[in-house]
Design a protein around this ligand. Structure first.
Ligand code: SAH
Length: 397
């Protein structure tokens, strides 16, 4: 049994935590130093000494830990983890039965009751992400639960804390039979290559599933599509499968080239008829404007923060200017699919960015569709930051 420390909420913060805000913030409690011990159990009381919740210490961005229960009788033990994981699996019942899709999230952090922990499913393989040293302290209970409750081919894990970017395959493989990568997953009938042995980014971002489907089924037909920050080309593949006349994928990372070709090929789509360009998107925008190129659809899905040789991009500051450059190379009556996973601003602010960019460009626009996280990524109503994904389908003109 891990050690348990007790902290008290400071008065102005009590209500927020009683309503269910899960992230333990430094300023909200009387003795934040007690959360230095990663993995320690933390009992949270209100300013009067009444029980509010129990959680654990695990530093993750601006949080020092997570509250995981408001029941005083709940202990953080193996059966607690079992219950949460079992419940999360049951909630995904329909996903497991879907014959067209076998890649989805089965556990979404605080939205499924335990902050700092996500579990994704890829065609029989389970990938656990531990976002703090603290949650990693409970690793064996998480793994045991998956072993007992599922028919896994293999379990992999990613430690998303400490020194980032240092992934060792030996560390990532946990149990089962080692996969031969790529494994092929299906998403709404499209095949995608997934590599579970190459670090945090495995080849597909599952939270964009609905967006990709909508692009394919409702918009792509007959259109020229520019996919910026294209990674493994998933949006391009869906556009092409939906009858796009041509796709252009642009990403700075060398790896994106071969992986995009691989994804096109697996779906019997002719990659040679497409443009796959390894380049800085900001440079590409300048080139496209100079050449007076324009596209019927532009997909804009930048990382929240990116640094290239010439550019620094911060979504919360630079999104409007990125949109302005996009507007310049989008056909009249064309569509911009603008996406961001930046948790520093909400949908309202994102819409303001859109308004600002179109006003400055002197173009009318209308928003035709709006997406946030899909149902396998549940979030808490009192933890808005958890609902990070914002996607707008914006018609120019
Ligand atoms: N839209 C993709 C995911 C994007 S991930 C999808 O849905 O699958 C972010 C990608 O942006 C990474 O592949 C990274 O290599 C790329 N990237 C970051 N900065 C860039 C830049 N300045 N120009 C082009 N690509 C960039």
């Amino acid at each position: 049994m891990a050690q348990e420390f007790t902290v008290k909420l400071r008065y102005p913060h009590v209500n927020k935590y009683k309503k269910g805000y899960p992230l333990i913030l430094k300023d909200a409690i009387d003795r934040p130093e007690l959360l230095k011990q990663e993995g320690a159990v933390i009992k949270v009381l209100d300013d009067q000494g009444n029980f509010v919740g129990r959680g654990f210490a695990g530093k993750q961005n601006k949080g020092l830990g997570w509250i995981v229960t408001h029941q005083e009788s709940d202990q953080l033990d193996a059966s607690f983890f079992d219950q949460k994981i079992q419940h999360a699996l049951e909630k995904r019942h329909a996903f497991f039965l879907d014959e067209d899709t076998d890649a989805f999230r089965i556990f979404n952090g605080e939205g499924d009751g335990i902050g700092g922990l996500t579990i994704d499913y890829f065609a029989g393989y389970y990938v656990i992400n531990f976002y703090s040293e603290g949650i990693y302290a409970f690793q064996s209970w998480v793994i045991d639960a998956i072993k007992r409750m599922t028919d896994y081919k293999a379990i992999y894990q990613k430690k998303r804390f400490g020194k980032q970017g240092t992934y060792i395959e030996e560390d990532e493989f946990v149990a089962g039979e080692r996969g031969e990568f790529p494994i092929i997953v299906k998403e709404n009938g499209i095949r995608l290559a997934v590599y579970l042995n190459e670090g945090a980014m495995v080849g597909v971002f599952l939270d964009q599933r609905e967006v990709r489907k909508t692009l394919r089924d409702q918009y792509a037909e007959g259109c020229s599509v520019l996919n910026t920050f294209s990674y493994t080309g998933a949006f391009s593949i869906f556009a092409s499968a939906g009858g796009a006349s041509h796709t252009t994928s642009v990403d700075l990372a060398n790896r994106s080239y071969a992986k995009t070709i691989e994804n096109f090929s697996m779906n019997a789509l002719d990659f040679e008829a497409q443009d796959i360009i390894v380049e800085d998107v900001f440079k590409y925008f300048k080139y496209a404007k100079r050449k007076e190129k324009s596209f019927d659809i532009v997909v804009l899905d930048p990382p929240s923060f990116a640094r290239s040789k010439k550019h620094m991009f911060r979504a919360e500051k630079d999104y409007p200017s990125l949109l302005k450059q996009t507007i310049d190379i989008t056909e009249d009556q064309g569509m911009i699919i603008a996406s961001t996973n930046c948790s520093k601003f909400n949908m309202n602010k994102f819409k303001q960015f859109v308004k600002q960019a179109f006003q400055q460009s002197g173009c009318p626009y209308r928003i035709e569709k709006e997406f946030s996280l899909p149902s396998d990524f549940p979030t808490l109503p009192h933890f808005k930051e958890g609902n990070y994904l914002k996607v707008l389908f914006i018609r120019k003109g």
